[in-house]
Design a protein around this ligand. Structure first.
Ligand SMILES: Cc1cc2nc3c(=O)[nH]c(=O)nc-3n(C[C@H](O)[C@H](O)[C@H](O)COP(=O)(O)OP(=O)(O)OC[C@H]3O[C@@H](n4cnc5c(N)ncnc54)[C@H](O)[C@@H]3O)c2cc1C
Length: 343
């Protein structure tokens, strides 16, 4: 077991509210680490609607969702947050006063004086394709994400889907695979046109295959696929020999392990908080953004930003129990400006 990573505050979720929490905590000298299941920063904004316009961020008449994430990243840069992506927080345990032991699904350990749950709607989970018996192959030869590209080196890979993930992984894994087939039910794609053009160029050069159809069944042994049976649009079947199947059918949101952390919940979906500090029923654990509930709660990014500011005031008491907190404005405080690197 590896040594725990020690930090003042561990933030679970790198969506817009988790990111802004880094800023507010950083102004008060609290060091942050962030853990997120996704392979990218930005939560729903980056994963679900990066190119959609947002019109209700205070002082920003218009920005795209990804633009907002990029601006937040620029804003928090002075505080050097450390990100741990593609890691799902599984357990939180109280190990001191105040100290929490936090463990991820890959076994990474953290010790934090304060935990901030900014987990939004919970964990994004891959949609499972309707293939009978697919469960026995999952994590052995069927994968919904690519954690280590090299584990696919020299393999016959079948990628299924027509969105950005399917196309991106087709382009990235093509040079490593002994053979790669992209399978999609139609010849129109939701992915970026540039990726589609690059994929078609690889097909034209004979480096990969593109096939129209859907996987109807899998054949294999002991969790290892040997063949995918593909149904074409005219109803006929044929087989593709493969060692690994990567279906990319999008993501759904499920609460995931948050429900098991012994924190008081509202309607089993949301974490109840005190609206003065956004602390949960467990002292030292806070919840901000879409995941929390209090009377009048609105699931808006701007509300999550407000919650991050108030949460930081109370978190300071746990991280620096002997220090008095003096309220300051960034416009006039030279000490805050120094932290931001502008003075
Ligand atoms: C299509 C669409 C349009 C929207 N438009 C607007 C708008 O115009 N204005 C507005 O204010 N809001 C809008 N929203 C809502 C807004 O996106 C959310 O309010 C906001 O994303 C909430 O931010 P968050 O940081 O709380 O959570 P999220 O953005 O949901 O981020 C939570 C993160 O936590 C991670 N996570 C969850 N569980 C774990 C775990 N156990 N371990 C590790 N990581 C975990 C998830 O992977 C995720 O990345 C829109 C939402 C959608 C879907």
């Amino acid at each position: 077991m590896s040594e725990p990573i020690k930090t003042d505050v561990l933030i679970i979720g790198a969506g817009p509210c988790g990111l802004f929490a880094v800023f507010e905590l950083g102004l008060l000298d609290m060091k942050t680490h962030l853990v997120d299941i996704l392979d990218k920063i930005g939560g729903q904004c980056a994963e679900l609607y990066p190119e959609k316009p947002i019109y209700d961020i205070p002082g920003v008449p218009y920005c795209t969702a990804q633009g907002l994430v990029d601006s937040l990243m620029a804003q928090i840069k002075p505080f050097k947050p450390e990100f741990h992506l593609q890691e799902m927080v599984q357990t939180i345990e109280k190990i001191g006063d105040p100290l929490f032991g936090v463990k991820t699904d890959s076994g990474k350990l953290f010790e934090a004086k304060v935990v901030v749950i900014a987990a939004g709607g919970g964990s994004f989970q891959p949609k499972r394709p309707p293939i009978p018996g697919i469960e026995v192959y999952e994590d052995k030869s069927v994968f919904y994400s690519v954690r280590r590209m090299d584990s696919f080196r020299g393999k016959r890979i079948l990628i299924v889907g027509g969105g950005d993930s399917a196309l991106d992984w087709t382009l990235n894994l093509a040079p490593l695979a002994s053979h790669l087939t992209l399978l999609h039910r139609r010849d129109q794609f939701r992915a970026a046109p540039d990726s589609v053009n690059k994929m078609m160029a690889l097909v034209g050069e004979g480096k990969i295959d593109f096939v129209l159809g859907q996987v109807a069944a899998l054949k294999g042994d002991g969790g290892q696929i040997a063949t995918a049976i593909v149904k074409t649009n005219d109803g006929s079947n044929f087989e593709i020999a493969c060692d690994a199947l990567l279906p990319f059918f999008g993501l759904t949101m499920k609460l995931g392990p948050v429900a098991n952390w012994g924190i008081e919940m509202k309607d089993t979906e949301l974490i109840t908080v005190d609206a003065a500090s956004f602390e949960t029923s467990v002292p030292g654990i806070f919840a901000i953004g879409d995941i929390n509930w209090y009377p009048g709660k609105l699931k808006l990014i701007l509300c999550g930003f407000h919650e991050a500011a108030l949460m930081s005031q109370k978190a300071h008491r746990y991280v620096y129990p002997d220090k008095r907190l003096i309220f300051q404005y960034t416009t006039s405080s030279s000490s805050l400006q120094k932290k931001l690197g502008v003075a």
